[in-house]
Structure formats: C-alpha cells, structure tokens
Design a protein around this ligand. Structure first.
Ligand SMILES: [Zn+2]
Length: 268
C-alpha cells in the first residue's frame, strides 16, 4: 500500500464534527497515515491541539488565515508567537494573501502575513501559505523577509511562478484541482516539475476532486490525487508517494516514514 502524507487538511473543521474518527480511519485505510492540519484562526488553536495530541499521525500548524480576517485581532499575532514557542508545531500557517474574496482589506492582510512570515523565520519553521490572485506579491514578500522555507498550498500559478518559488526555498502543494481535465496549465506543471518540490494535499473539506463535485472532500482521496499525478508523469503511483512523502518529511521535519516501525507498534 502507498504511504502518503496529506500536507494540507482541515480535519479540525466543523464539517468533520459528526464523523471525524471515521474519516480518519478511511484515510489510514487508503494509505494516508499522516496529515498536516493548519489552523485558520486563534480561537481554533486549542481544539486543534487536542485533536493532534489525541490521534497519531496528525501534525498541527498554527496561523491566522487571510479569509478569516474578521476574526483576527492584532493581539493574536503576539499570542501566535507565544503559542508557537510553547507548542513547537511543524509549521506556521495557514497564512497568506487572498485578493479574490471581496471585502478582505488588502493592507490588513499584508500586515498579518508579513508578521507571520517573520515569526516563521524567527522560529526557523516552515510556513504554509495561501495565495489567491496574489502569487506575485507573495513571492516578493517572501523574498523581502528572507531566510524562509515552506509551501504555497493549492498552487494555481504559472510554471515561471513555480520556478521562482523553488528558488526561494518553497515547495508547491497540488491537489483536487489537477483532477479536472480543464486544468491544463496545472497538469502540465504536475507532469514536468522537479519532483523534489512537490507536496500532495487535499485541502479537506474543500476542493473536491473531479467526480466528487459538491461533496465534502476528505484525506482518503489523496490516493486518487497521487494516482493522477503518477498517470500525468507516466510513472508508478508508488514512486510519487515515496517522493512526496519524503518531501513532506523533510519540509516539516517529521520522522522518516514509519511504515515498518508503525507496524511493529501496532503489533505490540
Ligand atoms: Zn487551507
């Protein structure tokens, strides 16, 4: 079976309140043994910590998401720094810029984004970035802050923008959108990009795959995304799984794939 890491799952979201344990079990059965779960707002931090402490294979990141701008207060940035210092999560995020959703003040977004990049830099943690209609500015900001690494999740830019990100130490996260035939530019990038810069993600419960439109997305479907990338590149899914899992382990400093170890633990 494949050994996959969902590099971007909101398993703590309310959409999973009714059956989270079942969703988690389905993920593990599909080979998705680990998930990175980024926070979206300060008041979600405690429940996220509880979830990731209770279940093995779930790794939290803490951050303030631009789409939840109305929930953020300037004091939350200070709180975030404290939280990161105490919790030592695998990353800072989700943070970023969203110039697609109307009524999200751009200047306020920039303030939160820049400060979170500084926190990531100061704690030497990778950063999980959300960028919608904002990729060029995200790249400029990352360069300005400097000494950063991370992932731009649900990447939707050009091959040139992807290259610029790799040059400044960033990976790109791909998921559900590349299962749609109309996503030609994205598929071309998935087919030809250097594999060492690729992470797989579902962004559950959002971004349903082709064939699942209008439904809640879930981490188990990462196996389908892996299969699609493998098909686009003309290789075995096992190869994509091994490479992207190693990439996630490296970026988030996770212990190297514990298939064998995990099995011994389960048997014990
Ligand atoms: Zn997200």
């Amino acid at each position: 079976m494949l050994d996959l890491i969902d590099s971007h799952s909101h398993l703590d979201a309310a959409e999973f309140d009714v059956d989270r344990a079942v969703v988690l079990r389905r993920a593990r059965s599909a080979g998705v043994s680990r998930q990175i779960v980024p926070a979206v707002a300060f008041d979600t931090f405690p429940a996220l910590r509880t979830l990731c402490t209770a279940e093995r294979g779930l790794y939290p990141a803490y951050g303030l998401h631009p789409m939840y701008l109305a929930a953020h207060k300037p004091g939350h940035l200070q709180e975030l720094a404290h939280w990161i210092e105490h919790e030592r999560p695998v990353a800072v995020g989700e943070c970023g810029l969203d110039f697609f959703v109307p009524d999200l003040d751009a200047q306020t977004q920039r303030l939160y984004f820049r400060r979170q990049l500084e926190i990531a830099r100061d704690f030497s943690l990778p950063v999980i970035v959300h960028a919608r209609r904002a990729l060029d500015e995200v790249i400029v900001t990352i360069r300005q802050i400097g000494h950063l690494r991370g992932v731009v999740h649900s990447f939707s830019g050009s091959a040139e923008q992807a290259r610029q990100l790799w040059k400044c130490g960033f990976l790109i996260g791909l998921g559900g959108p590349l299962t749609y035939a109309r996503a030609r530019r994205l598929r071309e990038i998935a087919a030809t990009m250097p594999i060492e810069f690729l992470l797989l993600e579902t962004d559950s419960p959002d971004q349903p795959l082709h064939g699942h439109q209008g439904m809640r997305n879930e981490p188990a479907l990462l196996a389908e995304i892996c299969a699609r990338v493998a098909q686009l590149r003309g290789v075995d899914p096992q190869e994509i799984a091994a490479a992207t899992t190693a990439n996630a382990e490296r970026l988030f400093a996770l212990p190297a794939s514990g298939r064998y170890l995990q099995k011994s633990l389960d048997d014990a």
